[in-house]
Ligand binder design. Structure first.
Ligand code: NAD
Length: 312
């Protein structure tokens, strides 16, 4: 059984060593393709792989076509929009993510960006404190709930909107539940975005919603750039000179945003929410363990493509 780790941007060395140990202890073989720049290199090594671990690498229908023996692909991370799920499903390949493994890293970055924006990107002048401000958690998943927890430590009042999480769960964690997304944005000085990018959410954060934010509001996006309506964001920032936007996913129109709005906009130079040694190791090891469990017991707990369509 061959398990391929294919990473344009490699895991930390210690993570690769851990993955190797898990795979070899199970009696399987590990193959490594790191820092590849030519997609043909991936096509070649994936040809005899039974399992594939990737990070942000795109698993396209073409990759799947070359992977004639593939039974499982695991995205070491939470978001899995880099996996072509219909292509996996069509070939009975189980697709998984490793939810929760990098959530703390992302949550800490979100709060860090809030402080950074509240202090005018550390430029001279008077900033603001987070204490006593309202924070809105847009999607109370693995990252969202950790942002809520850390924000309470800053003395913020935490609101959340997530129609797929039971109210009682949020209320038990001292979070004020909003019944509509509009309510969340109109109440909160800071909104931290944690929705996945899917057909329902793409471009869903736009002018109408953001214009509900109170004076001096800041939107923090550590989720995905696709959920933002970038044209409408420009229009809004032009009209509402009090609002700010910070993102871990450089906007398609980043240059325009910086030119027009200066330090009211910030983007990390490269997506770095999950870029901590801890998250790297956690996600890599989880991916390896999930593959071993899948082959040994048929476990599909973290499967993200349609189970009923995939015959394991
Ligand atoms: P998660 O799956 O644990 O949580 C997502 C939450 O979104 C769920 O609670 C779900 O109920 C909720 N949700 C789905 N659709 C919604 C909608 N239309 N409105 C409101 N809520 C909705 O995911 P997570 O691990 O918390 O990750 C959240 C986001 O962060 C994802 O977009 C992921 O891709 C992104 N992420 C970014 C980085 C980074 O490096 N910046 C790292 C990890 C995750």
């Amino acid at each position: 059984m061959k398990v391929l780790v294919a990473t344009e941007k490699p895991f930390a060395k210690v993570a690769v060593e851990g993955i190797k140990q898990i795979i070899e202890n199970a009696g399987y073989e590990l193959a490594l393709l790191e820092n590849y720049t030519d997609i043909n290199d991936l096509y070649q090594v994936v040809a005899d792989a039974d399992a594939l671990i990737v990070r942000s690498d795109k698993v396209t229908p073409e990759v799947i076509e070359h992977a004639t023996k593939l039974k499982i692909v695991v995205r070491a991370g939470a978001g899995y929009d880099n996996l072509d799920l219909p292509a996996c499903t069509a070939r009975n390949i189980v697709a998984m993510n490793t939810p929760g493994q990098n959530s703390n890293a992302v949550a800490e970055l979100a709060l860090g960006m809030m402080v950074y924006m509240a202090r005018n990107q550390f430029t001279p002048g008077t900033g603001k404190e987070l204490l006593g401000k309202n924070i809105g958690i847009h999607a109370y998943g693995n990252v969202g709930k950790l942002v809520a927890k850390i924000a309470k430590g800053f003395g913020m009042t935490v609101y959340a909107y997530d129609p797929f999480v039971k109210k009682e769960i949020m209320e038990n964690e001292s979070v004020i539940v909003c019944n509509t997304v509009e309510e969340l944005y109109s109440k909160c000085h800071y909104v931290s975005l944690h929705i996945p990018a899917n057909e329902q959410t793409k471009k869903s954060i736009g002018y109408d919603l953001l214009s509900k934010m109170p004076k001096g509001g800041t939107l923090i996006n550590t989720a995905r750039k696709e959920v933002i309506n970038e044209e409408e964001l420009v229009k809004l920032l032009e009209e509402r000179t009090d609002l700010k936007y910070a993102t871990d996913m450089t906007a398609g129109n980043h240059a325009e945003l910086i030119e027009k709005f200066g330090i009211r906009v910030f983007a990390t130079p490269k997506k770095m929410g999950a870029e901590t040694a801890e998250a790297n190791i956690n996600a890599g090891l989880a991916a390896a363990n999930q593959i071993v469990k899948f082959f040994q017991t048929g476990d599909t707990t973290f499967q993200v493509n349609k189970k009923h369509e995939v015959k394991n």
